[in-house]
Design a protein around this ligand. Structure first.
Ligand SMILES: NC(=O)CC[C@H](N)C(=O)O
Length: 359
């Protein structure tokens, strides 16, 4: 542990104590998450690839880390920033502390930071790039983002046998909980790489397709949007987070970057058909632009209560459903877990439509 800094490209410098086996300066988009718990799931969510995660909640690690709550097998974020890290975690499932885990990784971990001031800065400036370094006087290299989806997606096809409907899960950086929620509902699941085409998927004879969450700008998938359109037109499809954005783009809508994203476990969304408000888990920096949605093709099913942004779409004639939030939670409230049940009822032919919105 030694002195370290988070240096923002806008000039602000936040001192702290640096953990982790890191020799080089790490650069990433600095984003904040407002969840009070769920740090293990957040740190292992592949959607954070390339980003430096700032935890708003001041004490992280007080229930330790355990062998069960990982959302993937690695840590894809570029760095972690906290105010205080618990040295004395306590939970019956815990087998190590956050510090013990992160110290062994090549993942810079800065603690002792005034995260309240940092979050206020990001809220004022909008999402900014930052560098975690031992040296205050660093300059920002002019590098463009790599294609993180390729890095986090599965390299091979993996099948999980089960008796229920067969789902092809397109992996753009899928959280483990999406898979476990489908398996829990008895689905047979075949996980396929991000670039799979309709022809390849046809050979698997699925009943439905789920498009996962994933990192970065959804436009990084531009080349594959025609394939995604064909796949969604051929099979009942559920798109989650990045999956939602990809469906919207495939059908001609546009996405834009939010000032500082939605990342937390208490984001209220309204189901427009019923007026019901549900608490959701969210982690996204981009949204589908309202005015670019073709109303003849899609209805808007959910909206964020705080800023009114689009949180869900439903195709008017095809069984295509998308949500910007995370019905698989982990971390966060499980209020919207029913999205999986509704989708599976459609696959089983026991209901015709998921939900049609009143716009
Ligand atoms: N969790 C996700 O799938 C995130 C989607 C996309 N990378 C965004 O930030 O908006």
């Amino acid at each position: 542990m030694e002195n370290g800094y988070l240096i923002l490209e806008t000039g602000e410098i936040f001192p702290g104590l640096l953990y982790g086996q890191t020799t080089e300066n790490t650069i990433g988009e600095v984003v904040f998450n407002t969840s009070m718990t769920g740090y293990q799931e957040i740190m292992t969510d592949p959607s954070y690839a390339g980003q430096i995660i700032v935890f708003c909640y001041p004490l992280i690690g007080n229930y330790g880390m355990n062998p069960f709550d990982h959302e993937s097998n690695d840590y894809y974020a570029k760095g972690i920033v906290t105010n205080e890290i618990s040295q004395t975690p306590n939970h019956f499932k815990s087998n190590s502390s956050v510090g013990e885990i992160l110290e062994k990784k090549d993942l810079p971990f800065l603690t002792g930071v005034d995260t309240r001031a940092l979050v206020k800065t990001i809220r004022n400036r909008g999402t900014v790039k930052g560098i975690i370094s031992k040296d205050k006087n660093v300059s920002f290299p002019n590098v463009s983002d790599p294609f993180y989806i390729k890095k986090v997606s599965t390299k091979t096809v993996i099948t999980y046998e089960n008796d229920g409907p067969h789902i092809v899960l397109m992996d753009f950086g899928c959280k483990k909980s999406i898979l476990t929620y489908l398996l829990k509902r008895n689905c047979k699941v075949t996980v396929v790489p991000y670039h799979y085409t309709l022809e390849q998927i046809d050979k698997m004879y699925p009943d439905g397709v789920v498009l996962s969450n994933g990192p970065g700008n959804p436009m990084a998938m531009k080349k594959w949007l025609p394939d995604i359109k064909k796949i969604s037109a051929a099979y009942p499809t559920l798109g989650i987070c990045l999956g939602h954005q990809l469906i919207a783009l495939a059908y001609g809508s546009q996405t834009k970057k939010l000032p500082y994203g939605h990342r937390g476990a208490n984001h209220p969304v309204k189901e427009l058909e019923t007026g019901k408000v549900m608490m959701t888990s969210q982690n996204h920096g981009y949204v589908v632009v309202d005015e670019t949605i073709n109303g003849d093709l899609f209805s808007i099913t959910y909206r964020h209560v705080n800023d009114g942004t689009v949180e869900g779409l439903s195709h008017r004639t095809l069984p295509i459903y998308t949500v910007q939030f995370h019905p698989e939670a982990h971390p966060g409230p499980q209020d919207t877990e029913f999205i999986f049940d509704q989708f599976i009822r459609i696959l089983n032919g026991t209901t015709g439509v998921l939900s049609y919105a009143i716009q």
